[in-house]
Design a binder for this molecule. Structure first.
Ligand SMILES: [Zn+2]
Length: 475
C-alpha cells in the first residue's frame, strides 16, 4: 500500500470545472504578463534576463494546473485492469489521492484502486499509465532530472543547480535516492538491451557495401569507495588495511570510417560506444561485446584492440575478440624506450633526448623489429649490473609486445596507434567520480556509471521514453 493514498469523500472534481479554470487562469496570466511587459519596458535597470525569470515564475502555476488536469483526466480514463497481468480488478474504488512533484510543482490527483486476484495485490492502474513509481513521489520528468544531474555532479550541488534553473526542489538526500533508483532501473534496461544485441547478432545480414574496421580501446582507472565503513579500527587491529580503491574498467568502440579530423587536425569520432563498469572484468567483457555489436561488430571486416599493455586487456581480447589484431598504445611503448634511455644516461635530459628521438621515429615510421635489435645490441655491450638488469627488463617487454607494435602499417591504414580516445573518457569520468559525493559504494557507483554511459551512448531515451526526440550531447 502506498503511504500517500487516502480515500477522499466524493467532492466531484469534474473535467469541466478544471478545464474552465485552466482557460480563466490562462487569460489572467496573459493580462498579468502584459503588465509585466509594460513595467519591463519602462525599467531602465532590467535586462531580458529579468523578464525571462518573471515570465517563468508567473507561468509556473498555469503550467502546474495544466499538468494536473492532464494527469487527472488520464487517470479518470484508465480502465480498472491489472497493469501487470491485464486481468480485470475487483473491489474497485475511486478517488484515492496521491501527490507528487512534477516539473512545475506539486500535483495531486485522485485515481482508482482495485485488487488483482491473480497477482494478489492492490493495483493503481493509473500510476503505471502515468509513469509514476510505486514508492517515489516524482513525475517521469523529475525522475530524469535527478538521474541526469546526479550523474554529472555531486548531489549537493545537483540539488542547488536543479532548483536554481528549474524551480524544482529536491533535497540532496532525496535526489540521491531517486538517482540511485533510476540507476538500478538503468542496469536492468542495459541487461535486456545487451541480451537483445547478442540475440540479434545471430540473424544479422553480413552484407556491407563499404568494408570497415572496428576499433576497440580499453583502459582502467581507480575509484575510492567506502566499503567496510566503520570497521577500519577493527581491521587494523587484525593487521589488515580496508580495501577502498577499486578498478573501473572502461572501453570504447567505434568504426574506423566514422573517425575523421577537425580543421585543426584533431581526431574526431562521430559515432562512439562507451562502457564503464565496476562489475569487474566479466562485466566489462559482456557489456563491451554487446556495445560493439550495436556499433557494427557483426559486419566489421576486421577488429583492432588497443591498450596500454596491462595483461587483462590482452586476456579479454583473446577471450571475447579472438580474431582481433592487438596493438600496444604507442605512447606507452615510448615510455618504455625512455626507461632504457634513463638506465643508460641517468637523468641527463640532453643525452637522453638525442638517444631517444631517432628510436621513437624508427618505432613509429619503420619497424619495431629494428628497435628491438638495437636494444639487444646495447644490452650485449653492457658489462652487467643494475643498468643491464634495467635494460633487460625493457628488452623483455619489447619482445613480449613486438607483434603489437605495427605502428607503421597502422598509420598507413589511417588507424589510431594510441588509446587516447579511451584515456580521455577515463579522465572525464574521474572528474565526476573522484569528487566527494554520496554514491561511494560498489552498487551506488555502478548505478551512476550506468546512467552516465546511457547518456554518452545517446540512449537516454531508452530510460526516459518521453525524451525520444532528444539529441544527446556530442561527446
Ligand atoms: Zn495482476
Amino acid at each position: 500500500m502506498n503511504a500517500t493514498c487516502s480515500s477522499r469523500q466524493g467532492t466531484g472534481r469534474t473535467e469541466a470545472v478544471v478545464a474552465e479554470s485552466l482557460v480563466v487562469r490562462a487569460a489572467r496570466l496573459a493580462e498579468a504578463l502584459e503588465q509585466e511587459v509594460r513595467t519591463f519596458v519602462m525599467a531602465g535597470d532590467q535586462t531580458l534576463g529579468d523578464i525571462e525569470l518573471e515570465i517563468e515564475q508567473q507561468s509556473r502555476e498555469l503550467l502546474r494546473t495544466a499538468a494536473e488536469k492532464a494527469a487527472q483526466t488520464k487517470a479518470d480514463r484508465t480502465p480498472p485492469v491489472c497493469p501487470v497481468c491485464q486481468k480485470p480488478l475487483s473491489q474497485v474504488s475511486t478517488d484515492h489521492r496521491r501527490s507528487f512533484e512534477c516539473k512545475f510543482g506539486t500535483i495531486t490527483i485522485g485515481r482508482g484502486r482495485g485488487y488483482c486476484k491473480r497477482c494478489r495485490k492492490w493495483r493503481f492502474p493509473a500510476d503505471t499509465v502515468l509513469g509514476l513509481e510505486d514508492s517515489a513521489g516524482y513525475s517521469p520528468r523529475v525522475q530524469e532530472m535527478a538521474a541526469l544531474l546526479a550523474s554529472k555532479m555531486p548531489v549537493g550541488e545537483a540539488s542547488a543547480v536543479l532548483e536554481h534553473l528549474t524551480g524544482v526542489q529536491l533535497p540532496p538526500a532525496t535526489l540521491d535516492r531517486e538517482a540511485r533508483r533510476q540507476g538500478k532501473r538503468a542496469q536492468q534496461v542495459r541487461r535486456q538491451a545487451d541480451e537483445q544485441a547478442c540475440q540479434a547478432k545471430a540473424v544479422q545480414s553480413e552484407l556491407v557495401l563499404e568494408p570497415y574496421q572496428m576499433i576497440i580501446q580499453l583502459d582502467a582507472w581507480n575509484i575510492r569507495e567506502r566499503d567496510q565503513w566503520g570497521q577500519t579500527g577493527q581491521l587494523r587491529r587484525k593487521g589488515q588495511e580496508p580495501q577502498r580503491w577499486h578498478w573501473v574498467y572502461t572501453g570504447t568502440c567505434f568504426r574506423l570510417d566514422q573517425r575523421g579530423k577537425t580543421a585543426g587536425g584533431r581526431p574526431l569520432i562521430s559515432q562512439r560506444g562507451f562502457v564503464a563498469t565496476r562489475e569487474g572484468m566479466d562485466g566489462l567483457r559482456e557489456q563491451l561485446y554487446a556495445e560493439a555489436l550495436r556499433r557494427g561488430l557483426g559486419q566489421a571486416a576486421g577488429v583492432l584492440v588497443i591498450g596500454d599493455g596491462a595483461l587483462w586487456i590482452w586476456r579479454l581480447a583473446d577471450d571475447r575478440f579472438k580474431e582481433a589484431r592487438q596493438r600496444l598504445d604507442f605512447y606507452h611503448a615510448v615510455q618504455h624506450l625512455a626507461a632504457v634511455g634513463r638506465a643508460l644516461y641517468g637523468e641527463d635530459p640532453a643525452k637522453l633526448q638525442s638517444w631517444l628521438r631517432p628510436l621513437v621515429q624508427q618505432l613509429k615510421n619503420q619497424s619495431a623489429v629494428q628497435v628491438v635489435e638495437k636494444l639487444e645490441d646495447i644490452l650485449a655491450h653492457l658489462p652487467g649490473g643494475a643498468t643491464a638488469q634495467a635494460v633487460q627488463k625493457e628488452v623483455d617487454y619489447f619482445h613480449e609486445h613486438q607483434d603489437r607494435m605495427d605502428y607503421r602499417a597502422g598509420r598507413r591504414r589511417g588507424e589510431p596507434i594510441g588509446s587516447g580516445a579511451v584515456e580521455s573518457t577515463c579522465r572525464q569520468n574521474q572528474c565526476r567520480f573522484k569528487r566527494p559525493g554520496q554514491f561511494w559504494s560498489r552498487a551506488g557507483d555502478e548505478a551512476l556509471l550506468c546512467l552516465e554511459t546511457f547518456w554518452r551512448n545517446g540512449r537516454w531515451h531508452l530510460l526516459f521514453p518521453h525524451h525520444r526526440r532528444f539529441d544527446p550531447s556530442k561527446n
